[in-house]
Ligand binder design. Structure first.
Ligand code: ZN
Length: 412
């Protein structure tokens, strides 16, 4: 069983120990690992992520990249492949990445305070805690949390931070703990429990690392909430993370405000206006295109003479896309009746495409398009009245010629 030095001092970043066992790399675990007689490295557990740092022995510095709990209460330190593996019995000096540890202590103690605030205000117990690289979250056993409740819990939690209450560690028997009214009693597997107390506010059993007084949490900032299977997830950040996150938010928001030449707090209103404006403009553009297609269709029909009781309109657009070509073809067939009308239309705007449409004639557009496309390696199809397809992108096919040829076969 590894002696856990962090139980009694969260501030211990340097320690001396002895290598108890070495686990060489294996097919299942590519990284070598060592087990020490005692360690101040925290292994991932209880929602808190592991420490990183260095082990120094025989003048060599070995990087500890991950720390995990193993069987029989042992702690495994995974190493970045060292040139030479240490040997059992060697004296070793451990150094923990202090900034990372400090951050974890802030997040973890902040979690205790926040969980207790949700219980105090709304009787919402925390069922799980997650610490990520960017933010942390707790899952509350409640179907929903309102934004007013978020604000109130954040306010209460920060009040406890500002009061700088002592955070104490003590050990009690399970029987004693049951009488103390803990916020959360861990599963019955140990006789002795490690209790973390935020003076006169929260008492819970926990094996993690915590700051010495609530003021060191710095601040607690609540972020979004979302529904999850076991209740409601509340994201939060503490201490330096809260400052970093607020700085990032400010950067994004002030960037948006500069684009609108507006104040920060006017950004949502400016975006709302902008979305409304683009909706109106899009509608105006669609209406204008529809009118343009109709006028162009009428002009084309007027200019074309009737043969065999119908008009055949051939048109290639080089400055309008396939959806406009389709609109134009529809307008031709609609305006062309009661006299029959056939529209053989293409667009050369990438991706180039063809639209064949007819009304009031016996020609089969689907069959005609298939025949035309098969000669140039294109794909498409459709019904007797309407067919659509594409030619290979970047191909040098002369679409005008292709359409004229198709028109010729109808005429025959
Ligand atoms: Zn804890």
């Amino acid at each position: 069983m590894t002696k856990r030095l962090y139980y009694d001092s969260s501030e211990m970043h340097e320690f001396d120990s002895v290598v108890e066992a070495v686990i060489p790399p294996s097919p299942e675990q590519a990284r070598p690992a060592v087990i020490l007689r005692e360690t101040a490295f925290y292994p991932t557990s209880g929602g808190q992520v592991h420490d990183t740092g260095w082990l120094t022995l025989d003048g060599a510095r070995l990087r500890v990249t991950e720390v995990a709990d193993a069987e029989h209460g042992r702690i495994v330190h995974y190493l970045e492949a060292p040139p030479k593996l240490p040997v059992a019995g060697a004296a070793v000096h451990g150094s923990i990445d202090a900034e990372r540890r400090r951050d974890h202590m802030q997040q973890h103690t902040g979690q205790h305070v926040l969980s207790a605030a949700f219980v105090e205000l709304y009787q919402m117990p925390t069922v799980s805690f997650h610490m990520g690289e960017d933010y942390c979250s707790i899952d509350l056993a409640t179907p929903s949390v309102s934004s007013e409740q978020v604000v109130a819990a954040e306010k209460r939690a920060n009040q406890i931070v500002f009061e700088d209450r002592p955070v104490r560690v003590r050990y009690v028997s399970r029987a004693e703990a049951e009488k103390l009214g803990l916020r959360k009693l861990p599963p019955a597997e140990r006789d002795e429990l490690r209790l973390i107390e935020v003076a006169d506010f929260d008492l819970s059993a926990c094996g993690g690392t915590h700051v010495g007084s609530s003021g060191q949490i710095g601040s607690i900032l609540l972020r979004k909430t979302e529904k999850v299977r076991q209740g409601t997830r509340v994201e939060f950040v503490c201490g330096n993370r809260a400052v970093r996150m607020a700085r990032r938010d400010y950067g994004a928001l002030s960037g948006a405000a500069a684009l609108f030449s507006a104040q920060l707090w006017d950004v949502p209103e400016q975006i709302r206006k902008s979305i409304e404006e683009s909706k109106v403009l899009r509608k105006q553009k669609d209406d204008a295109l529809e009118q343009l297609a109709e006028l162009m269709a009428l002009a084309a029909l007027n200019a074309e003479s009737e043969t065999n009781g119908r008009k055949i309109i051939v048109r290639v657009f080089s400055d309008r896309d396939i959806s406009f070509a389709k609109l134009f073809a529809q307008k031709v067939t609609r305006a062309g009746t009661p006299v029959g009308a056939i529209a053989l239309v293409a667009s050369t705007v990438e991706p180039p495409g063809l639209v064949f449409a007819q009304a009031g004639s016996a020609a089969d557009m689907g069959a005609l398009l298939k025949q035309v496309l098969s000669s140039v390696g294109g794909r498409g199809g459709g019904s007797r009245d309407f067919a659509q397809g594409g030619v290979p992108a970047g191909s040098k096919i002369n679409l005008e010629q292709l359409l004229r040829g198709a028109a010729g076969t109808i005429g025959a």
